[in-house]
Design a protein. Sequence first.
Lengths: 202, 340
Amino acid sequence: MDGEISRQEAYPQDDAELVSAFKGGDKSAFDKLILMHKDKVFNMCYRLLGNYEEANDSAQETFVKVYRSLKNFRLESAFSTWLYRIAVNTCKNKLVSSKYRHNKMMVRLDNPIETEEGTHTIEIGNNSLSPANELERKEKGIRIQRAIDSLPEAQKTLVVLRDIEGLSYEEIAKITSYNLGTVKSKLARARQQLREKLKGLI
Amino acid sequence: MECIKIKELLSEYIDGTLDEQRKALVEGHLATCKACSKELVSLKAYAKQMASLKRTEAPEDFLKSVHERIERRFQFEKIVRALFFPARIKIPLEVTAIAATVVLAIFVFKVVEPTKGIIHAPLAPESVITAEKPAEITAEKPKEEPIKIARKEKLTKPAVVLEEEPPVIEADVAVPAPAKEAREVEEVITPPPIPIKEEKPIELALLIEPEVPVRPPGFTEALKALSDLGAPPERRRVTTMSMKEELARKAPPVTQQTRLADILTKVKDLVNTLEGKVISVEYEKETNIPQYITAEIPSRHYETFLQKLAQYGSVQGPPEEVELITAEPVSVKIKFAYSK
C-alpha cells in the first residue's frame, strides 16, 4: 500500500508564541508561521480548487490576509483554526468567481488527461514504484481530484478537511461554522457521494 | 438495527467518534451482517485512499512571493489612499470652500447691514448728545439750512426724531428715519434737498440808493401854496431843497419797508426768471424789514443775475473770480442795505 503521507501537524503552543512575538514587533515571527503552515495551506487550497496556480494564488492571499489581521488576532481559538478558516473562505470565494470556473473549463478542454499536479509533489515513502505504476498513480490522482471537484462546495470542503487534511470534527466545525451534528451528517453524505463517483477506482 | 441506519453510523464509526452505546450497536450488527461489513471495508479503503493522496507543497519561493504580495498590496493601498484620501480632503476642502463662500456671503451681508447703520451712525451719537441738550441740536445737526431758519420749530422736531430713532443701529429701524426727517424738513420749507450742500453761499450786499422820493400826492400843491405865500424864488429853491432833504430824512420807515419789499419782490422775480429758486428770506426782528435773501442761481445765469441785480442797487461783495461748478447751482445770500 502506498505509504501514508504524514500530514503536517500544527503545534498550537509554538503558534501562540510566534503570534505573541509578532505582536511584540518581531516581524520574523510571521515568516516562521508561514514556513510552518504553508504546505498544509497550499495543499488544502489545491484540493479545494483543483488547480496548482489557483492554489498558489489563494495560499499567498491567505497569508497576506493573516499578515494584515495578525496583530488583532486574540488567540481565543488556535492559530491554525483561524488560518485554515481564512484559507477555506479564500478558496470558497474563488470557487464562485466566474473567472475561475471559466479557466478550469478551458484547462480541462485543452488538457483532459495531463496532470495538474505539476512537479512539486513529493513522494514520501515508497520508491519502488515502476514508471507504469507511477503513471497509473498519477492518473488515479487526477480522477480522484476531478471527482472531488465535482462535489458541491460544502461536501467538497468537508471531504478535503476531514479525509485529506485529517482535521478533527471539532476543528472542522469551527472552520466551517457548522455545528458538530451537521458536520457528521454532511460528511457521511459527502463520502457516500464521492465513493459513488469513484466506484471501481478504489 | 436496520442496515440503512448502521451504514449511516459507519462514517462516524471509522472516525472513532461514536459513543460507546452506538459503537456497540454497530459492532454487534457488523458481526452478523456481511453487507454492512463489506460496506465498512469499502469505506475504510476510501478513507485510506484519500489520506494517501499526494500532497502538493507550496513552491520554494512561496515566502518570498507572500512578501512581494504584501509589499504590492501596501503600495497599491498607498496609492489608493493618496488618490482617495485627498478626495476625502477634497471633500472637506470643497465643503470648506462652500463654507468659506457662505461665511463670505454672510460677512458681506453683515457689512452691508452695518453700512446702512453707518449712514445713520452720525445720528446716533448726536442723539446721545442732543437728548441731553436739545438746544444744540441745530448746531450739530447735519447742515440743513431749513433748521437754521425755523429754529424754534426745529427744536422740538429733532427730539421727536431722536426718540423714534433707537440708539441701536438697525437697518430696519434706521431706514425710515431719514424719510421722516425729509418729511419734517419739507414741512418747514419748500422742498430743500436733504443733503444740503455744504458750500458757503456767495455773500453779496445790495446797496440800495435812496432815490428821489416819490412825491406824495398833494406835494406839488403844497409847494405851490408855499410859493403863493410870497416866498422869494431863492427861498423857494432852498426850501425845495431843504424840503427834499427833509422829506428824504423824514421818509417814514414805511417807505423804506415798502421800497425794500419792492426790491425784494424784484429780486425774487429775477431769481425765478433765471431759473433759480429762493431759498429763504430773513427779516429784521423788530422792523420786519427784509434783511437777507438766500437764493440758488444756476451757475450759467450767475453773471446775468449780477448784472440785473445792479439795476436795483450797488452790488458789492462777490469776489472777482468765483469758482463756478457748472453743474452746481450757485448759492447767493444778498444783504439789503441802504447806501448813505
